[in-house]
Design a protein around this ligand. Structure first.
Ligand SMILES: [Fe+2]
Length: 149
């Protein structure tokens, strides 16, 4: 498990990319499971970024970068909501069209907003210690024990 929040988020980005690939190749019987895994991954990424990371840098003069990411998250969530209304096993064409759109949205957001712009800025703005602390907080948020607290 990564001890730096930006590495942790980059690993989640790579996992999402992998899930999109696996979903494209999966037989009908596996698609539902992979689709929900993808929905969880995208929800978790957005949650860690919006609830833990962005508030920590809200006063650092990078409002536009944070707004761009938040806007992209909102668009991605809208697509996710549309997709959740469909059954990935039977809604063939509509599901495929939305999956294609979602993949483009996610890939564009990850590459253009985050990996190229926001994350390099965060690496400068946040100390190694703070990035490690945020990674610990993210893991605590993801562990089942956190649900009972
Ligand atoms: Fe994001």
């Amino acid at each position: 498990m990564q001890s730096d929040i930006l590495d942790l988020l980059s690993a989640k980005h790579a996992d999402a990319d992998d899930l999109f690939d696996r979903l494209a190749d999966a037989p009908a019987s596996r698609r539902g499971e992979l689709f929900f895994e993808l929905m969880d991954n995208l929800a978790i990424q957005a949650c860690i970024e919006e609830k833990l990371v962005f508030p920590r840098v809200a006063d650092y003069g990078i409002t536009k970068m944070l707004d761009d990411s938040a806007r992209a998250h909102a668009a991605i969530k809208t697509s996710m909501t549309d997709m959740l209304a469909l059954d990935p096993r039977i809604d063939g064409e509509e599901f495929e069209a939305l999956l294609y759109l979602l993949r483009r949205q996610v890939a564009g957001h990850v590459a253009n907003d985050e990996e190229r712009v926001l994350f390099p800025a965060l690496r400068q703005l946040l100390s190694d210690e703070t990035r490690a602390e945020l990674a610990r907080e993210a893991r605590a948020m993801l562990e089942p024990a956190a649900l009972a607290a």
